[in-house]
Design a protein around this ligand. Structure first.
Ligand SMILES: NC(=O)c1ccc[n+]([C@@H]2O[C@H](COP(=O)([O-])OP(=O)(O)OC[C@H]3O[C@@H](n4cnc5c(N)ncnc54)[C@H](OP(=O)(O)O)[C@@H]3O)[C@@H](O)[C@H]2O)c1
Length: 372
């Protein structure tokens, strides 16, 4: 992706791929953009100079049309981002928003994960024009990189662990994919709630970081054949022999099945995602779920388990007031220093392809960003 790094520009997904890797290899381009002059901004609009854009798993899924929310190619990826206000349009109250302010962009109100008129305003670009309502001041103490990795991850952790999982102090939670963005957020939130955290992953190196981030125990699930090894006995032993009270599952597949075997009677299984089986839907936006994950009803029944779907964004669309409470809680925690997104890698905008592939290949701990 060669371009003039001094010029305003954006990344574009020109068409959906069959799978995320094909989408990135073949259909990711970079192109110049015309930055609007301030006088061209419509009422309520704000021009942002983007400083940091999160590189996420969902950006990858979306590029092949395998994510539940479809962008319309050509579109600019970059679901979450942060930056500086460069100019404001008519009607934007200068007491609330002015040039130079450090802001994060609410991914449900602008960018490819939103609906409406500002879906095109993705974060993989030097500039974006977004509505004032999409902006939030960056909580004190957070960098642009951390701000770009805040809402999606911690709202998901809040939604899954608190709204759905009802996780209580003193309980034990098993967190899969703990080195990922949503996994690490869940580790921090579970600790904040007073739970004991057993975190899993496939790399000792990454798990050492997860431990530094607060996990009480870490378990490497990688078997000798590269697949998932039997972890039931180890997790049961770590949870007093009874099994865990809650499972936060971002991984799916074999990991989900083995998890059911180390849950306590009456425990809650939180479906967060399925990174080990990403191709449940057809590529190129053809929808359907021919390869859907399956759980054994016999184990669910005999252990009296609660299996809970936890879609954070879909639920927020159905219950906007709940979302306001959720966002307020995440921003308060961040401002008080009680949660801190970990961002471990940064790439230039022109290296978006490498950044997305690094995310897809699991080469990242926590957040990864582009610096446009
Ligand atoms: N419920 C919701 O509302 C919601 C919201 C956001 C995201 N999600 C979903 O949550 C999942 C995780 O998202 P994320 O943003 O946290 O992703 P991420 O940052 O890329 O992290 C995923 C983690 O999973 C592990 N992993 C990757 N491939 C794996 C495989 N084949 N088998 C086992 N583990 C693997 C990796 O850790 P190791 O290499 O250490 O194993 C990686 O750190 C995705 O499915 C996403 O769609 C759901």
């Amino acid at each position: 992706m060669n371009s003039d790094a001094t010029q305003p520009r954006r990344v574009v997904v020109t068409e959906f791929g069959e799978n995320p890797v094909e989408a990135v290899e073949r259909f990711l381009k970079i192109e110049p953009i015309a930055v609007p002059v301030p006088s061209a901004l419509a009422p309520g609009e704000v021009l942002i100079r983007i400083r940091s854009a999160a590189v996420s798993w969902v950006d990858m899924l979306m590029a092949s049309g395998q994510y539940q929310h479809m962008a319309t190619p050509p579109y600019t990826p970059g679901i979450e981002y942060s930056g500086e206000v460069q100019a404001t349009g008519p009607g934007v109250d200068p007491a609330r928003c002015r040039a130079g302010d450090a802001v994060l962009v609410d991914f449900m109100k602008a960018g490819p994960r939103s609906y409406g008129d500002y879906r095109h305003a993705g974060g993989f670009a030097t500039h974006a024009v977004v509505p004032f309502e999409a902006l939030r001041p960056i909580p004190a103490g957070l960098s642009f990189d951390q701000a770009a990795n805040l809402l999606g991850a911690y709202e998901t952790a809040w939604h899954c662990l608190i709204a759905r999982g009802q996780l209580q102090a003193g309980e034990t939670v098993l967190i899969h994919g703990a080195s990922g963005v949503t996994g690490l957020a869940a580790v921090q939130v579970a600790k904040l709630l007073g739970a004991t955290v057993i975190a899993t992953g496939r790399s000792d190196e990454k798990l050492a970081v997860v431990r530094e981030q607060g996990a009480d125990h870490v378990v490497n699930l990688r078997g000798d054949d590269g697949g998932v090894r039997c972890f039931r006995d180890e997790v049961k032993a770590l949870s007093g022999g009874e099994g865990v009270d809650v499972v936060y599952d971002t991984v799916g597949g074999e990991t989900s099945l083995e998890s059911l075997r180390c849950m306590a009677f009456g425990a809650r299984f939180l479906i967060v995602g399925w990174v080990s089986t990403p191709d449940v839907a057809r590529g190129k936006g053809q929808r359907g779920a021919p390869n859907a994950n399956q759980l054994p009803t016999n184990i669910v029944q005999m252990k009296g388990l609660s299996v809970l779907g936890c879609p954070a964004v879909i639920t927020a669309h159905r219950d906007p007031q709940m979302r306001e409470r959720r966002v307020a809680q995440v921003l308060d925690w961040a401002a008080a220093g009680r949660i801190r997104p970990l961002v471990s890698r940064a790439f230039a905008l022109d290296d978006a392809k490498q950044a997305l592939l690094a995310r897809w290949n699991g080469d990242i701990v926590g957040g990864c960003v582009l610096h446009p």
